[in-house]
Design a binder for this molecule. Structure first.
Ligand SMILES: Nc1nc2c(c(=O)[nH]1)N[C@H]1C(S)=C(S)[C@@H](COP(=O)(O)OP(=O)(O)OC[C@H]3O[C@@H](n4cnc5c(=O)[nH]c(N)nc54)[C@H](O)[C@@H]3O)O[C@H]1N2
Ligand SMILES: Nc1nc2c(c(=O)[nH]1)N[C@H]1C(S)=C(S)[C@@H](COP(=O)(O)OP(=O)(O)OC[C@H]3O[C@@H](n4cnc5c(=O)[nH]c(N)nc54)[C@H](O)[C@@H]3O)O[C@H]1N2
Ligand SMILES: [Mo]
Length: 685
């Protein structure tokens, strides 16, 4: 049995290091590696399930072509698959130009080699691609406007915090290693506050749990600022030296009525007062906003309002203090083409048309003109399941002439393809990955030969390049050759810019990115236009047409407060993440399916009762955009008026939450306002 250090490349906060045991060409065991200080406890159940995933029976192992008549897929040779792609590429480019081809890449895996896709399309003459991101951009942009940069203290620094506010973050499920540091802080006497319309596992040990109406966090933050300012619990010296726009902000906060906010958020005044007292008196404080709470049409402004709480209490640049959202200190390979580092968007290359909003994928694909889209290439993504307004995405897909999907499994998106190409797993090609919670750069080692006829994407591109007649001088250094050593040479070159980084060194364990800091902003210099923390941002107005202050506006769908009475869709549908899945991945595995065999909807007892729904009943959840029918679980820990279905269930297993969501961007950053989504629920008889 051989033992290797590698890492989990999923789009997840934790980005764990793993010690993997291989024997007889199979993954046998996965263990923790404590030299990653952020994930010493090792991988979660999903990580352990790689033992099954790498060798899963339902993996796609050969190119599959759909028969246009029977709509069934059948296996074809790589030679035929590559010829078919080449013929389509040449014909479509000749007739309509390369921009009639949409290159769509999702967040299915991390790695420097993800950039090779775009390198290929540029060599081809160009393509159309997407902008924005489904995940976190409202918060990223709000943070950048306020602090200048997206970075935060090391994960382990949280243990030194005295007051931890997990604001719409469900770390017990989505960032399990963070709970280790929360525990350490609690043991040292810290106070934990959670703010979430659901009472999740994360909230179990909180001293205070607030359950605001979804999408109203911005108002709550302003009321907290009101109390902090009124009761002189702010850090006046810090503000005068390091904060721009305080006086305007203070006016806004003081004119915000706490009683009114209590009504807007449906949170008792006493709870708002208690939290303000904590924030004013317990130091150091760390506020950690999750990504789920910034999936609203007003989220960028909400995050700016929450950031102000950190600023006016002087909780920045100190141990145990600060703002935790995204830590991009390991994003040092800046031209990496994964959706995470596409933000803020690089200067557009004239060859590449960046015209499709990821959020509005279906609509924008259909609207594209000069040239209209004719073909799509999807890799590392499952847009039919994960992007808003599934009906529009399906319609757009079905209007194209030729669809290629590269994936490991028969996802909803793969089912829409004309040609499916089998994708590698994390064990089948060496790569180097970054993270967004800790600052480690890590190796993801090739430990197995790809099974069946699986080829990593870089090999597919290299073979296409040869068929398309690109000269070797054109693709040298841009597309690695197919051999393992050629891939490693490519990676070494990317690492060589940084002293101390090499594949050999990474084989010994994770390395903190050069220049990364445990405590950020210690020098209290901020790369904003003013060099200060900006509570007043002219750029926010110029770029996103929002108020330069973090003024509160209601989320679009629930404008006007409580959605009872005449509104045909009175329930807010939340579609957060869940423990044993990363979005649409993992639930096809036997190990995971045993724990979550089918999609369910959680409903508050009052909402269920008023609709005559009993636990286990089937219910229809619907709005003007779509509907789903699924089993109901009654959950008294939910806020009344909210329903919850975790995102990621495939349509083919009875899921597809995005049939119900609207293709609507967040107020900044071109994110997706998934939770700004009203529905009604009815029992199915
Ligand atoms: N196990 C697991 N871990 C993951 C992932 C996964 O799919 N599974 N995905 C990874 C990725 S890509 C992401 S983006 C992150 C996301 O992980 P998180 O940042 O934790 O985000 P979510 O799970 O979407 O939502 C977190 C909480 O926000 C709450 N929430 C919803 N609306 C509001 C609101 O208006 N106000 C407040 N205060 N709270 C609200 C939800 O009820 C939910 O409990 O997790 C990463 N880690
Ligand atoms: N309603 C609702 N929808 C949401 C969200 C929500 O909260 N609510 N969350 C959003 C968020 S935060 C995110 S990040 C997105 C995630 O949505 P996506 O970016 O689409 O990510 P995944 O669902 O993880 O699916 C990625 C696909 O990549 C494949 N894959 C994995 N590794 C490889 C590889 O090496 N090569 C190739 N070619 N394929 C590979 C997997 O098998 C999987 O099918 O979903 C978004 N959708
Ligand atoms: Mo995400």
């Amino acid at each position: 049995m051989s033992e290797h250090i590698t890492s989990c490349p999923r789009n997840c906060y934790s980005t764990c290091t793993m010690k993997v045991h291989v024997e007889g060409g199979r993954i046998r065991r996965i263990e923790p590696l404590s030299s990653n200080r952020a994930t010493p406890e090792g991988v979660c159940l999903k990580g352990l399930s790689y033992v099954e995933r790498a060798h899963a029976k339902d993996r796609i192992l050969h190119p599959l072509l759909r028969d246009r008549k029977t709509l069934e897929f059948h296996q074809i040779s790589w030679d035929d698959a590559l010829s078919l792609i080449t013929d389509n590429l040449l014909r479509i480019r000749e007739e309509s130009g390369p921009k009639s081809i949409l290159y769509y890449s999702g967040s299915g895996t991390k790695g420097i080699l993800n950039e090779v896709g775009m390198n290929f399309w540029k060599l081809f003459g160009g393509c159309t691609t997407t902008y924005g991101d489904l995940c976190w951009p409202a918060g990223l942009e709000a943070t950048r406007l306020t602090l200048g940069e997206n970075k935060h203290n090391a994960p382990w620094d949280l243990a030194r915090s005295r007051l931890i506010v997990l604001w719409g973050k469900n770390a017990a499920e989505t960032n399990i290693h963070q709970m280790v540091f929360v525990d350490q802080a609690l043991q040292a006497g810290a106070t934990l506050v959670t703010i979430d319309p659901r009472r999740t596992q994360t909230c179990e040990r909180a001293h205070l749990h607030l359950q605001p109406r979804p999408g109203t966090d911005g108002a709550l933050a302003l009321a907290l600022s009101h109390l902090l300012i009124r009761d002189e619990m702010i850090d006046v010296e810090f503000i005068s030296k390091h904060v721009l726009g305080y006086s305007g902000f203070a006016k806004l906060a003081l004119s915000t009525s706490v009683e009114e906010v209590s009504r807007i958020c449906d949170v008792p005044v006493s709870s708002i007062e208690e939290l303000a007292r904590m924030m004013g008196s317990i130091k150091p404080m760390t506020i950690n906003c999750g990504y789920g709470m910034q999936r609203y049409s007003n989220s960028g402004q909400s995050i700016r309002a929450i950031l102000a709480l950190v600023a006016i209490t002087g909780n920045i640049g100190r141990r145990g203090a600060g703002w935790v959202f995204a830590n991009l200190q390991s994003h040092i390979f800046s031209d990496e083409q994964d959706p995470i580092s596409l933000y803020p968007p690089a200067e557009p290359d004239p060859k590449v048309r960046v015209s499709i909003s990821t959020t509005c994928l279906g609509h924008d694909m259909q609207k594209a003109q000069d040239p209209p889209l004719r073909m799509i290439w999807v890799e590392r993504g499952n847009p039919v399941t994960q992007n808003p307004e599934t009906h529009s995405v399906l319609e757009a897909f079905r209007s194209l002439e030729f669809r290629v999907v590269v994936d490991q499994f028969m996802t909803d998106t793969a089912r829409e393809a004309d040609l499916i190409l089998p994708a590698k797993t994390l064990f089948e090609q060496t790569d180097v990955i970054n993270a967004y919670w800790h600052a480690y750069v890590q190796i993801k080692r090739k430990l197995l030969d790809p099974p069946g006829e699986v080829k990593p994407e870089t090999v597919i591109y290299w073979e296409l390049a040869r068929r398309l007649g690109f000269s070797e001088s054109e693709y040298a250094g841009v597309l690695p050759g197919p051999a393992d050593h050629e891939v490693e040479d490519y990676l070494e070159k990317r690492l060589s810019r940084f002293s101390g980084l090499s594949l050999d060194r990474l084989d010994q364990g994770p390395i903190l990115a050069p220049g990364s800091e445990d405590v950020v902003f210690e020098d209290l210099s901020f790369s904003t236009p003013s060099g200060k923390i900006e509570l007043f941002s002219e750029e926010a107005t110029q770029r996103w047409n929002v108020d330069p202050l973090a003024r509160y506006t209601e989320p679009v769908e629930s404008r006007g407060g409580k959605n009872t009475g005449s509104n045909p869709y009175p329930i807010v549908l939340l579609t957060p993440n869940t423990k044993n899945r990363i979005h649409s991945q993992f639930n096809n595995l036997e190990m995971i399916r045993r724990l979550s065999p089918k999609p369910v909807m959680m409903l508050h007892p009052e909402d269920a009762e008023s609709r005559g729904i009993d636990p286990g009943d089937q219910a229809r959840v619907f709005n003007d955009r779509g509907e789903l029918t699924l089993a109901v679980e009654i959950d008294g820990s939910l806020k009344v008026g909210c329903a919850v279905i975790t995102n990621g269930w495939w349509i083919s297993e009875g899921g597809g939450v995005n049939f119900l969501s609207k293709a609507r961007e967040t107020d900044m950053g071109h994110g997706a306002a998934f939770h700004d989504n009203l529905v009604e629920v009815a029992r199915v008889h």
